[in-house]
Write a protein that binds this ligand. Structure first.
Ligand code: MTE
Ligand code: MO
Length: 304
């Protein structure tokens, strides 16, 4: 696939990274610098720069104009052009499956007026491009317990709105609509897993999955399902859109893994939108320290 020529970055579009950077990232940078203290100043400077660069938010313009949202077309600029007409208010989320409190919830009730957090995450697409997004969202583990999942709820399935009138892509058969994704319960409950309601401190633009979109930063972007209308607790592993479409290429787990190639291309490098050179892809997209434990004892070549 083609990578667009990076757009010019206007200083006015750059929100100071420190507004969004999490404390943990500061600590990480501090740790890296601490460890680098004995290095010659020039090299130390370069390492500091690398740590900052790694989480420097991609410009708002790029995050909101270079998208994957097949419900609005398969081109990268289609969602920004076509998603404007999606009606996101009012919005209802259906909760069903193995839980004590199933039902239809108005979005506000579903979120239970919880205070969203601002978090900067890397987003790595399976097509080997990446960006850094300052999300606004609520950790999924603050939402799911309210529905009291049963002990046999082993997985969570997420479904996107099905409405061919509003979503022109659904009038074609490029995918088996509606878009469905899923997580194992422990992945869904991991503190990094977010239900995003915004980015750059603003409401989520439609092309980025308004009004509610999943963000699982250690997995390939296709797990981050957009415009969610249904959450279902299941006992069996859900059948997910891309896995159903091409099982040899897209696994259920879809953890970012530079050691496991896609059948048609390597996954060990990525191009950050706006960069010229490619950079190394990190295990679990750089979140190994936090999430590797979820997969101990699993063969990640088989469970790709
Ligand atoms: N409903 C739905 N969700 C989706 C997609 C889609 O086509 N439909 N594309 C996925 C893919 S492949 C990626 S890389 C990310 C892109 O998110 P972004 O456009 O906000 O960068 O959304 C994911 N979520
Ligand atoms: Mo993707």
């Amino acid at each position: 696939m083609l990578i667009q020529k990076p757009a010019d970055i206007h200083p006015s579009e750059i929100t100071p990274p420190e507004l969004y950077a999490r404390r943990r990232e500061f600590i990480k940078t501090a740790a890296i610098l601490g460890a680098a203290a004995w290095l010659p100043p020039t090299l130390r400077g370069r390492i500091a720069q690398a740590a900052d660069e790694d989480l420097k938010p991609t410009p708002y313009k790029d995050i909101t104009s270079y998208n994957n949202f097949y419900e609005f077309g398969t081109g990268k600029t289609d969602p920004a052009e076509n998603a404007g007409s999606l009606k996101t208010k009012p919005w209802t989320v259906v909760v069903e499956g193995h839980c004590e409190k199933p039902g239809q919830y108005a979005l506000e009730d579903f979120l239970a007026s919880q205070q969203p957090e601002e978090r900067i995450y890397r987003l790595r697409c399976v097509e080997a491009w990446s960006m850094v997004v300052p999300w606004r969202g609520i950790p999924l583990n603050q939402i799911l317990p309210r529905f009291q999942p049963a002990s046999n709820a082993k997985y969570v399935e997420f479904t996107t709105l099905l409405d061919p009138k509003q979503m022109p892509g659904q009038r074609t058969r490029i995918l088996d609509w509606p878009y469905v994704e899923g997580l194992r319960m422990d992945e869904a409950m991991h503190p990094l897993t977010l239900l995003a309601t915004g980015l750059y401190g603003k409401e989520l633009p439609n092309q980025n999955g308004a009004p509610l979109r999943l963000v699982v930063p250690w997995k390939y972007g296709f797990k981050s399902i957009k415009s969610i209308v249904k959450i279902r607790f299941t006992e069996q592993q859900p059948s997910t859109t891309w896995n159903r479409e091409i099982p040899s290429e897209y696994g259920f787990y879809a953890n970012v893994n530079p050691e496991v190639s896609h059948p048609r291309w390597s996954q060990n490098k990525e191009r950050r939108i706006g960069d010229f050179f490619r950079r190394d892809t990190q295990m679990f997209n750089g979140y190994a320290e936090q999430v590797a434990g979820l997969y101990t004892g699993m063969d990640l070549h088989k469970n790709f």
